[in-house]
Ligand binder design. Sequence first.
Ligand code: FES
Length: 353
Amino acid sequence: MSVRRLAEASLQPASFAFSRANAAAAKQWIKKYPKGREQSAIIPLLMLAQEQEGWVTKAAIEAISDMLGMPYIRGLEVATFYTQYQLNPVGSRAHIQVCGTTPCMLRGSEALMDVCRSKIHHDQFHTNDKGTLSWEEVECLGACVNAPMVMIFKDTYEDLTPERLAEIIDLYDAGKGATVKPGPQNGRITSEPASGLTTLKSEKAILKATRDRETRAATKAAKEAAPAANAAAPVPPAAAPAPAPVAPSNASKPKTDAVETSPALKSPSVTKVAPAAEKAASVAAPLHSAANANKAEPQVEDVSKQRKGSKNKAEPASAFKAPEAKVKPAKAAAEAAKPSPGNGSRPTGKKPV
Ligand code: FES
């Protein structure tokens, strides 16, 4: 697990303020939450700050915490917990997130990381010499069917080869990142089979089959309608009765009069119920009865008797007796008197007579 810390003090700017457009966007975000829950807007606000500054500064965390009326520690907790927040400066033109999770790894993400190492910096989260590019390895970005892939800002570049990634990095470094088309880089459309379509190849064939089917159906309907037309003039059908209105189902509604289920109740009552009333309303647990408990099940009764009757202590089943316990007492004494071979020199433990 990586430890996420704020950038060194020397890198931190003294202050932070949202641009005019981002301040308006921040207000919109805050409005989306109910009164008293505005602090929930911290996630989108931190994201806005990152889009504006490139990374999340300490000053931004504090300014946003002030905006939302929350302690700085709460803002710091959020910013240091979620890995989508960059806590250190990243490349000014691109920060490349290379997916290293299993499907991408099996399809060559290591080679993509080697490209980043050679073109940007050997280590993640370090900018190149010009400060324009940086990279990091991330977990699955949800485009596994087009693995391997990278994400730059909010765009994904999929079906990558090391050569194509190198070209993309060069374009971003030259400030031409906007010219790169996001999505699959091998020419396929979204996630269609990489070797081209295998089914539904010709639209003409599909349309012809549909037309033929429609023609056959029309011919059949015309044939069936002909004898009927020669018969007596058809009586116009009576107007169908209007369907009876269906009452809404109460199937999922709880069948209870409990006050907690009342739609009128918005929050718990502040009035405390008197203890005596509460006791009167609650159901007492049944008293324990040993006689009844033993009648419950024959097995339970047996166990109960076994536990109570210490005189008739249950013997273990003979199949499970220890081998020495099966030997008869007289035989066991004779066995014990016999000197055992090979331990004649050992003391028997008996006193010499
Ligand atoms: S594993 Fe790479 S996008 Fe899912």
